[in-house]
Design a protein around this ligand. Structure first.
Ligand SMILES: *[C@@H]1O[C@H](CO)[C@@H](O)[C@H](O)[C@H]1NC(C)=O
Ligand SMILES: *[C@@H]1O[C@H](CO)[C@@H](O)[C@H](O)[C@H]1NC(C)=O
Ligand SMILES: *[C@@H]1O[C@H](CO)[C@@H](O)[C@H](O)[C@H]1NC(C)=O
Ligand SMILES: [Zn+2]
Ligand SMILES: [Zn+2]
Length: 444
């Protein structure tokens, strides 16, 4: 009964606020003119050339997870030059910047900073100068575009109706940097968060995303299957872990094909098989490892439990012992990427007026994972893909390959999208705070 009354009270307050918020400062036409205005700003050679320079500098000095010290330093130097205040260090190398009034509402924009342990194979002037490390996932471009957004937003700071929180996050590649950012409490009062990823197979000037489940939850497992080694020609004196591991792998295939709902997408892949190094010796043990994916928590936890049962049980059939390690300490499980429905509508409006509605592509879900999902577990969040493919050049190589290249023509689009998504979000939600406060006052 009490909640019924309260519900009516807040409905009344929302109606009042709809009337109050119909002020010129937040009119729909102004909200819709921001994106094109910001894109023009981002494409100006002063902004574009500055971004290109930053991106190439970061590309030359790639740093792996939780070691993004130089990248972090570069970010802080640019924020200093722009006169933007920030918190540092957050989660080891992270930087959190603030633009706007300093008061609620708060909306966050996220960029990841880490590179990958691989050797760049692209020959160009700004090739990675660090052997064995490379920005092969485009995080150099992500950092650059968030700095680009910072420049745009700082220039228009007096029009910002709240606070934009810039999140430069470490360790997306397996280190769950997003989880540590949340644990730091830095995003406590933030009411929405946006993130993007460059994508080679989408055209530059286009974006793709969807409402709801977009990427899967992801976990790893490693198992050691122990038998008894011996001469390969006298198998009766051995307990063969190679055969046991082979049967384990076959049995693991049945989890998705026989135990899960065909309409509830899941993956179990054994991607690692190590054991034995002679033609005539049965080894003592074999190590296998792989990944498992699902969209719902229930399916994910069920897979985890069954993977362990099947490995231990199937190994026992062949007289072997097995231990299973899910490596959660070093590589936490990533939750599923679930895009908020309201933010999807907001994205369609903003990206539609920035790029044209035909450039905003509805995307199917994929089983890849992204640690942006950690934010979405605690804050309404929205993640989208930013196109890079240029019509007039050959097909860009995929992410995580040594030939990966960023099309710098995409930088202004990412910067302008970040800036307009956040600025218009605040215009739309500038009165939400007083609704909440008003409600509490009425209750007292
Ligand atoms: C969030 O808001 C509360 C109440 O206004 C404040 O005490 C707290 O410091 C804020 N947290 C952050 C991280 O800004
Ligand atoms: C498996 O473990 C049991 C109990 O520790 C042990 O007795 C047995 O020898 C082990 N088998 C192999 C093949 O290592
Ligand atoms: C394609 O890329 C090249 C080099 O990056 C650039 O000169 C050209 O303007 C681009 N074309 C289009 C249509 O964007
Ligand atoms: Zn990656
Ligand atoms: Zn990435």
């Amino acid at each position: 009964m009490a909640s019924f009354t309260l519900f009516h009270l807040s409905i009344t307050i929302i109606f009042l606020h709809v009337l109050v918020s119909a002020t010129p400062s937040s009119s729909l036409s102004e909200q819709l003119s921001i994106p094109t205005h910001f894109l023009d700003f981002a494409k100006k050679s002063e902004t574009f050339d500055w971004m290109v320079k930053i991106r190439r500098k970061i590309h030359e000095y790639p740093e792996l997870l939780y070691e993004e010290y130089k990248t972090s330093e570069l970010i802080r130097a640019e924020l200093d030059k722009l006169g933007i205040s920030y918190k540092h260090p957050v989660a080891e190398t992270g930087v959190i910047g603030y633009i706007g009034t300093g008061n609620a509402p708060f909306v966050a924009l996220r960029a990841d900073m880490d590179a990958l342990p691989m050797q760049e194979m692209v020959e160009w002037e700004h090739k990675s100068k660090v052997p064995g490390k490379m920005h092969a996932c485009g995080h150099d471009a992500h950092v650059t575009m968030l700095l680009g957004a910072a420049k745009i937003l700082k220039h228009h700071e007096k029009d910002i109706q709240g606070t934009i929180v810039l999140v430069f996050q470490p360790a997306e590649e397996g280190g769950a940097g997003a989880k540590r950012i949340i644990e730091s409490g830095a995003l406590e009062n933030v009411s929405a968060i946006f993130g993007l990823h460059v994508m080679p197979y989408i055209r530059v000037g286009e974006v793709a995303s969807r409402s709801g489940a977009m990427m899967a939850a992801s976990g790893r497992f490693e198992a050691t299957i122990t038998g008894k080694g011996g001469h390969a020609a006298i198998p009766q004196h051995s307990v063969d872990p190679i055969l046991a591991a082979s049967n384990v792998i076959i049995s693991l295939q049945h989890l998705v094909s026989r135990e899960s709902d065909p309409l509830d997408s899941q993956v179990v892949t054994v991607a690692k098989f190590q054991g034995g190094d002679a033609f005539n010796v049965i080894p003592d043990s074999v190590t296998i490892g792989g990944t498992f994916r699902a969209f719902s928590k229930e399916s994910f936890n069920h897979l985890k439990q069954r993977i362990e049962e099947v490995i231990v049980g199937q190994a026992a059939v062949q007289r072997c012992n097995a231990t299973v390690d899910f490596l959660e300490e070093k590589k936490p499980f990533y939750p599923a990427n679930i895009n908020d429905g309201e933010l999807h509508k907001h994205f369609q409006n903003v990206a539609g007026s920035l790029l044209g509605t035909d450039k905003v592509i509805e995307k199917g879900p994929v089983m890849a994972a992204e640690d942006f999902a950690f934010y979405q577990e605690v804050i309404p969040g929205y993640f989208f893909l930013l196109g890079m493919q240029n019509d007039s050049s050959e097909k860009l190589p995929l992410l995580h390959t040594p030939h990966f290249r960023v099309n710098e023509d995409a930088l202004p689009y990412g910067a302008a999208l970040h800036a307009s998504l956040s600025a218009t979000y605040l215009l739309k939600h500038q009165h939400d705070v007083s609704i909440v406060e008003g409600k509490y006052h009425d209750e007292l």
